[in-house]
Design a protein around this ligand. Sequence first.
Ligand code: DAH
Length: 366
Amino acid sequence: MNDAVNPLENFDDGTLDRAFRALAAEVTADAASMDTEAFRLHWLGRKQGRLKLISESWLKSAPPDARKPLGIRFNQLKQQIEAALESPAAEPASQTRGLDITLPGLVRAPGIPHPLLKTMQEIVDVFHNLGYSTSTGPEVETDFYNFEALNFPPNHPARDTQDTLIIANQQGRPARDRLLMRTHTSPVQIRTMIAQPPPVRIVIPGKVHRNDAADATHSPIFHQIEGLCVDTDITFSDLKGTLDHAMKALFGSSVKTRFFPSFFPFTEPSADVQISCIFCNGKGCRKCKHSGWIELLGCGMVDPAVFAAVTEQRALAGETIPAYDPAKISGFAFGMGVERIAMMQYGISDIGHFYSGDMRFLEQFA
Ligand code: DAH
């Protein structure tokens, strides 16, 4: 509480602002510390109220053109005092209302994982249960990790299938150091093998980018889960058994898998994996284009050229006996699209739903 009324030396805007800021702070402090009635009398009392004393003193000495700015500020101060009188903060503890336990409670909606993250976690969990761990890598990647080390030679037509988004203005850099948005999660295979010797059993969930037009089944940004297993005596049978188990774990034990020859620069042989149509149990329907099968992911045995690229980098770091010698070790890799799997699991026909942020869609996964 402060009863002194100091005259104003000056009436320019800066001085007025400073003086009224000090008064506003005084009101706030008094509202917190004083009893409501005492606060009201102290500030708004008709004869000795502080507001009245101050306004009389200052208005009397004010030049005519300072009256208006002063008046506006006094009005604001008065509003602050009145608001403090109405708000609970001005109410001393002795007057606070009791807690009414019969009122309905406030229900706070718990957050839920986004359906894409949920599917991603489910897939990762299937592999964690097989002893795999998780690796991640950057979304802005170099040409070396995204292409070259994965056996996509410069200017090779296989690069065209990836619709790469390139970071601008890098003509000055060597081709392998040029930056791009990673088009797949496969570069993390290379990063992991350069960093650690076999055995490797990892899954790599993450976001990837392609210069694709958005439609019902495509999005320029989507998610993949990559897998890599490298050890002694890893065979194509291990690959088939692992993926067959994973598909059954994700879509139910009656699902069948089949493997078709395919091509990826970083695997040899390569295969596309199809699962029996989960909508018609393989009988043939619109969803599987009446074939009874749905193509779901790519895979293959790690190409020796990939091991060679890894070995070159490890040698630069001082390795003398190559840990990734294709004569001693072998491995398999696979990659799948998370959106595609989530769309199948939930019967979603438009990929755009995942990114729209529409609560009516998202709440269905609570
Ligand atoms: N990186 C491939 C793509 O985005 C998917 C893929 C296919 C990953 C085969 C693999 C693999 O690891 O072995 O199209």
